[in-house]
Design a protein around this ligand. Structure first.
Ligand SMILES: CSCC[C@H](NC=O)C(=O)O
Length: 136
């Protein structure tokens, strides 16, 4: 189901609760809501759709990749960039890493590890920040 986007900075400032297998259906709302905003958005965290759980979605090339309890286990090549967010007006400067390795439970609740670079890595870092209550 398409959910409204949360803009309340106090709600978005909370650290997300770890997900369990019971949270798998959340993937459908993340996919539907991201698809509804595909013109202006490349990723979302569950708290942006009103669910304070540790889950994100990222558009990686043609794929919508849902990650439960994503964790960055390696990162390299820091750089400065500027990002915007559906939950925020304007843009803000931030530090990101060009290359990351992220570990997560996928939509079959299997542990998966992905190495990501450039924009895909940037999206995942942005969404994991949301799960930690950090908005850019
Ligand atoms: C480059 S990272 C930006 C991610 C952002 N999504 C919001 O959480 C968006 O604009 O889609």
């Amino acid at each position: 189901m398409i959910k409204p986007i949360i803009k309340d900075q106090q709600l978005l400032g909370k650290k997300a609760i770890p997900t369990t297998k019971a949270d798998l259906p959340l993937a459908n709302d993340l996919i539907d809501t991201l698809n509804a905003h595909q013109a202006e958005c490349v990723g979302m965290a569950a708290n942006m759709i009103g669910v304070n759980k540790n889950a994100i979605i990222a558009r990686i090339g043609p794929f919508n990749v849902v990650m439960f309890n994503p964790q960055i286990i390696a990162k390299s090549h820091p750089y400065q960039t500027t990002e915007g967010c559906l939950s925020l007006s304007g843009t803000r400067p931030t530090k990101r890493y060009k290359q990351i390795t992220v570990k997560f439970h996928n939509q079959s609740w299997q542990m998966q590890t992905l190495e990501l670079m450039d924009f895909a890595a940037e999206i995942v870092q942005h969404e994991i920040d949301h799960c930690n209550g950090i908005i850019i």
